[in-house]
Design a protein around this ligand. Structure first.
Ligand SMILES: Cc1cc2nc3c(=O)[nH]c(=O)nc-3n(C[C@H](O)[C@H](O)[C@H](O)COP(=O)(O)OP(=O)(O)OC[C@H]3O[C@@H](n4cnc5c(N)ncnc54)[C@H](O)[C@@H]3O)c2cc1C
Length: 463
């Protein structure tokens, strides 16, 4: 018999599907996580905001103390680096990590989505660090791992992934050419102008992984770029300003405009993978984004579930009658609840299937499932949050609930890591690859049908 606490978050049908694939250790961690989120993280959310320095330069110089307290608690309880799945990958990171499967982590990330502002950070499971750790674990030299990976895994430093270029349509990554890393002997010199670089405002940030052109004349547009490790304290790095998402600055991490001017680094030290990593930028970013995109989807389901919980509490508040009825007694509201429940549960199945596919066959084989999740789950969650905002009336769009923040976060996910349309296009093309096989199957059926008619001495009528 499963612990009732799980059903507060995961419906019994979905849990029934995944429970046989959960280890005893993962079940026990799941309960620990639920208790941690409910008892420690959710109550700390408003304190986190209260401890942030007010707007101005000070805001980007300190970290709310409550976050470090939560990180210490999470570490002690084994709720640390849960995203770092077991097997080969964990081995590359020196055996660190939660030792979970992607499927086990999917359920846990959903629960973290209920406190998207704090739970992922408190457990060292937040973007962009997770993807950056993955890059270093998979492709970094031993010296790069020693310098950055260990400290990232410990949550001592933070990092950025610096790809999107100012003034360039960056959703087509082959357009990226304004940031260059010129190799001169054993040095590399970086120049460029990026923006929307998450985490670049954070005083703990110790590394930007910068996508830059190293071989502009390579005939393959996918071999022109490399990833360069740039320390933000280096001469020539200018974090120009934090950008805002609908007014939210996401301090202390921020999403920043950054300029790199003649930043000099050693090739072995600076290029991810050392000199051998030259020209491998595209190959590495593909590997980086797979599981990371899915992590966002997992958390989006948590956000949608939380929004539905807020919606249901609001519409059953006896004080808030309209036209003589409580809100839930109006048919449209019941439809909102039912549709939201149905959409969340459908989306969860997609995400779980993608996570299972990664476990069974690796991230590359799961790209289709991940891509479908990427363009459907945040949009689904946005619809649910929008319904929750609507039933709250004007309160729903002000700072008195977390709903506007959820909305901003989810709207962002329709661009971040590539806009929906790009994923839609890729999935459409991939799906069409099935056509020759479909034709063959349908031809086979037609031939067997003709044979059947012939055997029965009948002529097929046109229907
Ligand atoms: C909050 C936030 C955080 C981010 N964090 C980071 C980060 O840490 N690092 C980083 O490098 N970047 C980051 N980004 C940037 C993000 O990855 C880019 O915004 C995204 O890749 C799109 O690039 P673009 O903004 O240049 O849009 P463009 O490339 O100019 O595209 C504009 C629009 O064109 C449409 N479009 C594009 N291709 C197609 C197509 N094939 N078919 C139909 N329509 C299409 C889409 O609607 C798209 O939104 C972040 C963005 C946000 C909002």
């Amino acid at each position: 018999m499963s612990d009732q606490r799980i059903f507060q978050y995961v419906p019994s049908g979905a849990w029934g599907l995944v429970e046989p694939l959960f280890s005893q250790r993962a079940k026990s961690l799941l309960l620990t996580l639920i208790d941690f989120v409910e008892n420690d993280v959710l109550p700390a959310e408003n304190l986190f905001h209260a401890q942030l320095a007010p707007h101005g330069p000070e805001r980007w110089k300190s970290i709310p103390a409550v976050l470090e307290e939560l990180k210490n608690k999470a570490k002690k309880q084994g709720l640390w680096n849960l995203w770092l799945s077991k097997g080969e990958f964990s081995g590359m990171a020196g055996g660190s990590g939660g030792g979970l499967t992607n499927l086990e982590y999917a359920v846990m990330a959903e629960i973290m989505g209920h406190s998207v502002i704090l739970a992922p950070q408190a457990t060292n499971c937040s973007a962009p660090d997770t993807g950056n750790m993955e890059v270093l674990a998979r492709f970094g030299t031993q010296a790069q791992k020693d310098k950055y990976l260990g400290r990232l895994l410990q949550g001592e430093i933070r990092s950025s992934f610096s790809m999107t270029e100012y003034g360039v349509a960056s959703s087509d990554a082959t357009n990226l050419k304004n940031t260059t890393a010129r190799v001169e002997g054993d040095k590399v010199i970086v120049n460029g102008h990026k923006w929307w670089i998450s985490g670049a405002g954070d005083p703990r940030n110790a590394i930007h992984i910068v996508l830059a052109v190293t071989d502009p004349s390579n005939p393959s547009p996918h071999k022109r770029h490399s990833l360069v490790l740039v320390q933000p304290s280096s001469k020539g790095v200018d974090v120009v300003r934090p950008l805002q998402v609908f007014g939210y600055d996401d301090a202390p991490e921020g999403h920043c405009e950054v300029k790199y001017k003649d930043v000099v680094i050693g090739v072995e030290e600076g290029i991810v993978g050392g000199r051998a990593g030259l020209g491998r930028g595209f190959e590495i970013i593909q590997a980086r984004l797979g599981p990371g995109r899915l992590h966002h989807c997992m958390r989006s389901i948590g956000m949608a579930s939380k929004a539905l919980e807020l919606l249901m509490q609001r519409v059953t508040d006896p004080i808030r009658k309209t036209f003589g009825k409580e809100l839930h007694q109006h048919g449209t509201i019941l439809a909102d609840i039912a549709n939201s429940r149905a959409e969340i549960d459908q989306a969860r199945l997609l995400v779980l299937a993608a996570a299972r596919q990664i476990d069974l066959h690796g991230a590359k084989a799961a790209m289709k499932d991940i891509g479908i999740s990427k363009f459907t789950v945040p949009t689904m969650a946005l619809r649910v949050v929008d319904r929750a905002i609507q039933v709250h009336g004007a309160e729903g769009i002000c700072q008195d609930t977390h709903l506007p923040y959820f909305y901003a976060q989810l709207r962002t996910l329709r661009f971040a890591d590539g806009p929906d349309e790009v994923h839609v296009q890729q999935i459409g093309k991939q799906e069409l690859k099935r056509v020759p096989m479909l034709r063959e199957r349908y031809d086979g059926v037609r031939k067997r049908e003709e044979a059947l008619f012939k055997a029965h001495g009948k002529v097929k009528a046109k229907l």
